[in-house]
Design a binder for this molecule. Structure first.
Ligand code: SAM
Length: 297
């Protein structure tokens, strides 16, 4: 029951790009790779508006439903809009992102949160948190098993015992039963700051790498084109459960909706569906197991 759309949540880690025919550095999945939307955070928010702060409100409600505390780390925080909202309702929030432009925007727009530059696959902060959020598929920039394991290991190392990991992302299992996202290229025209940006997006599955690869061609207001490649890991519920277990987490909920980017969309008070995982979004709540007291097996 989720709303498909190739245009959904797609800033992040491109795998090389060319602007007007000029080759840009190729940094597969790397934090320094270029991406038109992450380089233009205001355009990102215009392309993916969330005026009601649904994503942050959903994360807050999920956190409270599962007994989370108030110190929160938002990995892949982007423009900082979720971090800013959560700080405004009383959380002590740190946002981490690999995009300098996103962080500049976040720091200017959201003074109540702290923002740090880092790579969610490998980060080192001096603080522990009660909740780690990773929203709008940021987790899926962990392309390899080693990157996913690294992400979870660093999450575990930054959570208090019984701390929560809350993530929201595309659902790999959706593609087991549906090709609709793959069959229909997405074309959009976005008017921002009196100029029109057009994008044409196609998705394909790389079965060997288990990635959903996206090609996007932007036509900029001056007529130049920008071709960017990026990819998300296709994660399936069972393998996610396995990785989480190995990293010391208990899965409390894994469900396809309702969430902030599903159709029908989440509304305050709506409970997670019971273990359904056929929609195009996947929502995860996992709790870090408290270490066993010394002497216990
Ligand atoms: C789709 S956006 C989501 C932003 C935000 N969580 C939201 O929901 O609006 C993905 C974000 O992940 C960031 N990102 C991608 N790869 C990353 C990495 N390896 N480490 C840290 N951030 C990364 C991008 O810069 C981008 O801001």
């Amino acid at each position: 029951m989720s709303r498909p759309g190739p245009e959904r949540g797609d800033a992040g880690a491109p795998e090389g790009a060319d602007r007007g025919g000029r080759a840009l550095p190729t940094t597969p999945g790397g934090p320094d790779a270029r991406n038109f939307l992450t380089e233009n955070p205001a355009l990102y928010e215009a392309q993916f508006p969330d005026p009601g702060h649904l994503a942050a409100r959903w994360a807050d409600e999920i956190g409270r439903r599962f007994g989370g505390g108030r110190r929160l780390l938002d990995l892949g925080c982007g423009t900082g809009r979720d971090a800013g909202y959560l700080a405004g309702i009383g959380y002590a929030v740190t946002g981490l992102d690999s995009s300098v432009a996103m962080l500049d925007h976040a720091r200017k727009a959201h003074h109540a949160a702290t923002f740090v530059h880092g790579d969610l696959r490998e980060f080192q902060l001096d603080t522990r948190f009660d909740i780690i959020t990773c929203l709008d598929s940021a987790l899926l920039y962990c392309h390899t098993n080693a990157e996913l394991a690294g992400f979870l290991e660093h999450c575990a190392g930054h959570l208090t015992p019984n701390g929560l990991l809350i993530a929201e992302m595309r659902n790999g299992a959706f593609f087991l039963g549906s090709t609709e996202l793959l069959d229909t290229p997405g074309t959009r025209a976005l008017t921002w700051d009196d100029a029109t940006y057009r994008s044409h997006t196609t998705l394909r599955i790389d079965h060997t790498a288990q990635l959903l690869r996206r090609s996007r061609i932007w036509t900029l207001p001056d007529g130049t084109t920008l071709h960017q490649e990026s990819a998300w890991r296709l994660l399936f519920p069972q393998e996610l459960r396995y990785f989480l277990d190995v990293a010391g987490f208990d899965v409390l909920a894994l469900f396809d909706g309702p969430g902030p980017r599903t159709d029908p969309v989440w509304e305050p008070g709506a409970a997670p569906s019971a273990d359904a995982a056929s929609g195009d979004r996947l929502h995860l709540v996992a709790r870090l197991r408290a270490a066993a007291p010394e002497g216990e097996a």
